[in-house]
Design a protein around this ligand. Structure first.
Ligand code: AMP
Ligand code: MG
Length: 335
């Protein structure tokens, strides 16, 4: 299959592909998504094949207008309404009891569905010209999420119909996922909207333990995606926990081959190994924005071991921690 690279003014072509049951890589403000018509079970099944995604890992349905949600869910509780008003369009995914309209392939057998109203204009236009779109991140299953069209092409060229080039994603990490199908609501995946913002809006919420800890071998994942290896570069990623100076000393004294430092901008000159900067030490948002792209960049070199900082868990740092700890398969060294 030849994968077309479309520009932002060719959304009409992309909408035609979706209506025919095809697959389109689309920009969103979080990461690039791999979109298909959410109401076409066959099209949705081909997303799983293109990504190599396990069939038991459900997909998020993207809408472009709040009126589209009603036929997709059984209930739209008061707390969901408040969150929608406050954070949509934006990087928040809500899990709600699903209606009969949602194909099995989208929900992977669960009786709930994940819904998001993205802020990105191109994504919204594509949805309004076609239909609600089921879309996971547009990477091969297990590898870092794509934050520009080139990343999507690197993984998906020849496997999907088209990619719309909408430039760099504004946020660079996936949406916050919260389930409202239980009380109190529970964060299953941290993201651009923080736990503090959600609490301010609807009061008590809990954070699923799988956000920060590995799942036990036989534990059942509330969010199936959390049990899989995820976001990983080919090189071995190891997190170093300690001060900036301790990080620098540890990396510089390593005699292993192929070490690359995923470091803070201000430390680049102090490191004696190849470096890739993720942003200033005190700027978690920039680090979030650059994380996946830095992991992909490292894989383009002959890096065999990547040492990164273990991030703080506050604010959007919790989302960075959640991704990087999985990318590192929970390998942390105290320095
Ligand atoms: P992705 O689309 O790969 O960025 O990931 C979507 C995340 O949402 C995955 O971790 C899924 O397991 C999770 N998810 C999607 N739908 C549901 C659902 N109905 N219940 C629980 N988790 C879900
Ligand atoms: Mg993903």
């Amino acid at each position: 299959m030849k994968t077309l690279l479309l520009s932002a003014d060719e959304i009409g072509k992309a909408a035609e592909i979706i209506k025919r049951g095809g697959l389109v890589g689309m920009p969103t403000e979080t990461v690039y998504g791999l979109a298909a018509d959410a109401l076409n079970g066959k099209a949705v099944a081909s997303i799983f094949r293109a990504k190599g995604r396990p069939m038991d890992n459900p997909l998020i349905v993207h809408i472009s207008d709040i009126s589209q949600i009603k036929p997709l869910v059984k209930e739209f509780p008061e707390k969901a309404r408040i969150l929608a008003e406050k954070f949509w369009p934006g990087p928040l995914t809500m899990i709600l009891p699903r209606s009969e309209l949602i194909p099995e392939e989208v929900s992977a057998g669960l009786d709930t569905v994940a819904i998001r109203f993205p802020g990105n204009e191109i994504a919204r236009k594509l949805i309004s010209m076609s239909s609600p779109l089921a879309a996971p991140s547009a990477n091969l299953s297990g590898s870092p999420s794509p934050t520009n069209a080139r990343h999507v092409m690197d993984d998906m060229d020849g496997r999907i119909d088209a990619v719309i080039d909408g430039g760099e994603c504004a946020i660079g990490l996936e949406s916050t996922v919260i389930t409202l199908a239980e009380e109190p609501p529970r964060i299953l995946r941290p993201g651009g909207i923080t736990a503090g913002q959600l609490r301010d809006a609807i009061g008590e919420i809990v954070i699923d333990p799988a956000v920060t800890h590995p799942l036990g071998k036989d534990a059942k994942a509330a969010s199936p995606g959390m049990k899989y290896k995820h976001y990983s570069p080919r090189a071995e990623l190891i997190l170093l926990k300690g001060s900036s100076q301790a990080y620098i000393d540890y990396v510089n004294s390593s005699d292993e081959e192929g070490v690359t430092a995923l470091c803070y901008e201000e430390d680049m000159d102090k490191l004696k190994k190849p470096v890739i900067a993720v942003g200033p030490a005190d700027d978690l948002e920039t680090q979030a924005h650059n994380l996946f792209s830095a992991l992909r960049e490292a894989d383009k070199t002959d890096a065999r071991i990547i040492y990164a900082h273990c991030p703080e868990k506050h604010g959007i740092g919790l989302a960075v921690y959640n991704r990087i700890i999985r990318a590192a398969a929970f390998r942390i060294i105290e320095v």
